[in-house]
Design a protein around this ligand. Structure first.
Ligand SMILES: [Zn+2]
Length: 340
């Protein structure tokens, strides 16, 4: 039933609405590709959880993880014990195996841009889909008030375009508000996350939406590299699968040493400022590659060379082909384990 829902949704045949029972709770399809699950009884560690996949349509490993979670809940192998909002993000892009159709969905989660046409517009256009998903998250978090001392949670699961020295890493969206709960680091460590990158300014991603507007512990999780369905290394993601199962059942997730994770902050946001712009390293350089002091990492006719200063920096998300005025790479410095 709901496991079929995932397949049918991917094939474009799922009904937009529907509801029913699963062991220990009930489900409701609240929008295409958006499944809300409500437990009859909440578990001891229950927190309202948004778990999303396929915000970029060609990133299939997270969709497989979501499918395995849903199958476990439907079979009764897992008894639902926490409110869940399970989301398949960009449905047309998932169906065509593309990152996006017209524009990158993961830049559109900003409320000011949400009020134009409301929530009843077609879902196969990225701005409309962003509005629909923001509304679904708002409704979900409003429906399940927080127990004293707990916070909301959102894991937005992706896979990265390029190779990475840390295959599995978390991006923490910027917030002016409270720090991420310190309890998250041992949990992410046990789930196989190897590095954490703290963003330095607002970027209107889906995880940022939950952190900025709902004070959630929210992350963009990069879980390996982009591969087609069936070609993902799911064994490497078994600890992440176990974490999702713990969240869904409202039980305590496994924990490991948070010091096993390497933490980074953004030191330099490298912007392309002219047509004559080059990155001075090979196009297939892995994320988190380190550059020693004195290395020239970019040449720009307007801004001049970008030279690494006294401390080595790591590069992530490089892209020399961005528009003029846009970000061409982030340069990171190592930081200590967050304590609060
Ligand atoms: Zn992605």
């Amino acid at each position: 039933m709901i496991a079929d829902w995932l397949d049918l949704t991917l094939e474009g045949h799922a009904s937009a609405r529907g509801m029913g029972r699963i062991p220990g709770g009930r489900y409701e399809i609240v929008a295409p590709g958006v499944l809300e699950i409500t437990p009859d009884v909440t578990g001891p560690k229950a927190r309202p959880c948004v778990i999303s996949a396929g915000i970029h349509g060609n990133e299939t490993a997270p969709i497989e993880l979501l499918g395995e979670l849903i199958a476990g809940l439907e079979s009764g192998h897992l008894i639902v014990g926490a409110p869940l909002l399970l989301i398949l993000g960009n449905l047309p892009a998932i169906r065509s195996g593309e990152r996006f159709i017209t524009t990158n969905l993961n830049r559109l989660f900003k409320r000011a841009e949400a009020s134009v046409t409301g929530n009843d517009c077609p879902s196969d256009d990225e701005p409309a889909r962003a509005r629909q998903l923001m509304a679904a998250v708002d409704t979900f978090y409003a429906r399940f008030p927080l127990a004293e001392g707990t916070r909301r949670l959102h894991y937005d699961m992706h896979t990265a375009i390029r190779d990475s020295l840390y295959p599995r890493f978390a991006v923490v969206p910027f917030s002016d508000g409270d720090a991420i709960s310190a309890s998250q680091w041992p949990i992410l460590s046990a789930a196989g996350i190897q590095a954490v990158l703290h963003q330095h300014q607002h970027s209107w991603t889906f995880s940022h939406y939950s952190r900025h507007y709902h004070d959630a512990d929210a992350f963009t999780l990069e879980l390996g590299q982009v591969r087609p369905f069936g070609a993902n290394d799911m064994a490497a993601l078994a600890p992440m699968k176990a974490l999702l199962a713990a969240l869904a059942t409202g039980t305590a997730p496994a924990e490991a040493d948070p010091e096993a994770i390497d933490y980074f902050t953004v030191e330099v946001e490298l912007m392309r400022q002219s047509a004559d712009f080059t990155l001075c390293f090979s196009e297939d350089v892995a994320n988190f590659t380190a550059f020693a002091p004195g290395s020239v990492v970019a040449e720009d006719a307007a801004a001049g060379p970008c030279i690494i200063g006294d401390t080595p920096l790591r590069v992530v998300f490089p892209n020399a082909k961005v528009e003029i005025g846009a970000r061409a790479a982030l340069l990171l410095a190592e930081s200590s384990t967050p304590t609060d």
